[in-house]
Design a binder for this molecule. Structure first.
Ligand code: FAD
Length: 621
């Protein structure tokens, strides 16, 4: 059956990539259809109920800055919020929220169902409709044909999904959900490069069977952080505590004793797992000298006693899972509500994509999320948003929007994926960004919201908030720069206990804010009224304190941009470039990048190393 209504953009999959993709396209005015296995699992968190964290919250805030849903849903569903790295510099500070799984899903569904231009239909997609060598729509399991010139595939872990618990395995997209077999088969017929990856999840535990008495409590931060630039702590539901426990020698012995029945170590699983989120059997194998690993015990929600023991993801046989859980302090009598398992799935080599996430193999088709070899909700959401907005731009006949590495973590993510591909599930870290002092989570809106507004992604409410904040920053900066404190004045005396030496000359409040020992709250009300906007005060402070470093990074970017097309000779002898570390030399020799820009993108090739290359090329003439 041919569905009568014609769409501009079809999005397949209602996970974290798919929901952001369809919302973006619909916000931009495209008639958009979201097709997913089940309306009830839209926005479902397949694994741990948490959003954000180091590197990841940067992506969440960028998605938010472009009008996306993830941060807003997190504010409505978060039951514990923390700022990670709060004592470190602003570049690596990150917000993390423990979320109530059901509240999160409900919040996403509410946002989807409130979106104009968006239609939702529950049905598995089994086939792509082609028109010559471009995509023209999709065909569902029931045989319904939906037509659109742009299709975004965000099928996550579902393509050819295979679940493993011990030596048993079964087909599935994740526990309780069907896999996507017909579509996987169809995609394998097309000239895509397909590989297998794997990931895993821990057994869940009933809180009523846990002895919390000897466990370390971990509460969220006060004041409670907020994820969205337009969110507020008043939206947060009741806040909950987490706990910390540890594995021990006995746990490790139990795991070692079960390795012969581990699908991971007996060669049953072929896909490569996430290096930074390894299973407990993997950790014990890789870090054999450690006799204990931390386990964070996180509530799954406000209305369920289920707990997520973060740190013991496993695909060991169930009897081994029971013994290993019972060996952990607090879990001696724990009841497992769901077994841990691993899943293997198909992913497509992201080097077959353009920066817009459109396929080079099949024009009109966009891929986003775990299907591109990434792991994590945030990485998926960021790609979904980009694919959705680029599909919409293409419908309008406009050029693709592809943020650069120095503009957004989204740019870093996509550039890494499409230039280097990935052999293991890719996750974001702040260390992947060369210019991380510019790409802070706190300034994602300043970096991206104007571009989002131009494309039609940012609604009037968000835009007004953004304009008010930008104006408040400017006014406050001007006020601080023009307000002077005289030596010997009452204001200078008020500062004396806070500064190393009394003021000997006149200082502006902005100069004083640059001092490491002084905070905004110390100086803002010495003379005049401080700004009544916490986000604006934070911006003024960071811009003042890190002005020197920020300017230097900006100069570096300008210089690199001027020289990014400078060619590196194919026979360049990297041994002769003074000052390069051996590691960088080896990487350059192995990759032989064609241009300076490409060299700068090789992980480990720092901006300083690029400068050395530039100096060498100039000398060489
Ligand atoms: P998903 O969230 O998987 O969503 C895919 C959506 O597509 C689903 O709604 C599905 O129903 C739909 N769909 C699929 N095929 C079709 C079709 N043919 N037709 C219609 N709809 C379809 N991430 C981490 O960061 N760390 C971890 O430790 C971790 N462990 C994980 C463990 C397990 C067992 C699983 C399953 C996932 C784990 N993840 C982990 C990954 C995390 O869940 C994903 O990164 C994230 O959900 C990816 O989002 P996505 O939108 O790409 O896909």
């Amino acid at each position: 059956m041919d569905f009568k209504q014609q769409f501009d953009v079809i999005v397949v999959g209602g996970g974290h990539a798919g929901t952001e993709a369809c919302l973006a396209a619909a916000r931009m005015g495209c008639r958009t259809l979201l097709l997913s296995h089940s309306v009830d699992t839209l926005g479902q968190m397949s694994c741990n109920p948490a959003i954000g964290g180091i590197g990841k919250s940067h992506l969440v805030k960028e998605v938010d800055a472009l009008g996306g849903a993830m941060a807003r849903a997190t504010d409505r569903a978060g039951i514990q919020f923390r700022t990670l790295n709060s004592r470190k510099g602003p570049a690596v500070r990150a917000t993390r929220a423990q979320a109530d799984r059901v509240l999160y899903r409900n919040a996403i569904r509410q946002i989807l169902e409130g979106q104009e231009n968006l239609w939702i239909f529950q049905q598995a997609v089994d086939d792509l409709l082609l028109d010559g060598d471009t995509v023209a729509g999709v065909v569902t399991q029931m045989g319904v044909v939906f037509r659109a010139p742009r299709v975004v595939l965000t099928t996550g872990t579902f393509l050819g999904g295979k679940l493993h618990i011990g030596m048993e395995n079964s087909a599935g997209g994740r526990a309780g959900d069907p896999p996507s077999i017909a579509l996987a088969r169809r995609l394998r017929e097309l000239p895509f490069r397909v590989e297998r990856l794997k990931t895993g999840t821990p057994p869940r535990i009933d809180a009523r069977s846990v002895d919390f008495s000897g466990l370390e409590e971990q509460w969220g931060d006060e004041p409670i952080p907020v994820m969205s630039f337009v969110g507020s702590a008043a939206e947060h539901p009741e806040q909950r505590c987490c706990w910390i426990t540890h594995t021990n020698e006995r746990t490790h012995d139990i795991i070692r004793g079960g390795l012969d029945r581990s699908p991971l170590f007996s060669g049953v699983i072929e896909g490569i797992g996430p290096r930074y989120c390894p299973s407990i059997e993997d950790k014990i194998h890789r870090f054999a000298d450690k006799n204990s690993h931390q386990v964070f015990i996180e509530p799954e929600g406000l209305t369920t006693p289920e707990l997520y023991p973060n740190g013991i993801s496993t695909s060991l046989p169930f009897d081994v899972q029971v013994d290993l859980v019972h060996s952990i302090k607090g879990f001696e009598n724990a009841h497992i509500t769901r077994p841990g398992y691993a899943i293997e799935y198909d992913f497509f080599d992201p080097r077959d994509l353009n920066y817009s996430l459109e396929s080079k193999v099949l024009p009109g088709l966009y891929l986003a999320g775990q299907i591109n070899g990434t792991t994590g909700y945030e990485e998926a959401a960021a790609q979904g948003l980009l694919a959705g907005l680029n599909a919409a731009l293409a419908v309008r006949g406009q050029e693709a929007w592809c943020p650069r590495r120095d503009e957004a973590y989204i740019g870093v993510l996509v550039d890494d994926l499409i230039t280097m591909g990935t052999a293991e599930p890719y996750r974001m870290f702040t260390s992947r960004a060369e210019h991380r002092l510019l790409l802070r989570e706190d300034n994602a809106d300043l970096r991206l919201t104007p571009a989002g507004r131009d494309m039609g992604l940012v609604d009037d409410t968000r835009w007004r908030r953004f304009e008010a904040k930008s104006e408040a920053i400017e006014l406050e900066r001007t006020r601080l720069a023009g307000t002077w404190i005289q030596p010997g004045s009452p204001e200078a005396s008020a500062l004396e206990p806070l500064v190393s030496a009394p003021l000997t000359r006149e200082y502006s409040l902005l100069d004083l804010l640059r001092r490491p020992e002084l905070e905004y709250t110390d100086i803002a009300s010495l003379k005049g009224e401080p700004v009544d906007d916490a986000q604006a005060a934070q911006q003024v402070t960071i811009q003042a304190k890190y002005a020197g470093y920020i300017d230097r990074q900006q100069e570096e970017i300008e210089r690199l941009r001027r020289h990014e097309n400078t060619r590196l000779p194919a026979d360049l002898d990297y041994q002769r470039v003074d000052g390069l570390s051996n590691e960088v030399r080896q990487k350059l020799e192995a990759a032989r990048p064609e241009t300076l820009a490409r060299a700068s993108r090789i992980p480990g090739v720092t901006p300083a190393a690029v400068s050395l290359l530039l100096i060498y090329l100039k000398k060489r003439g």
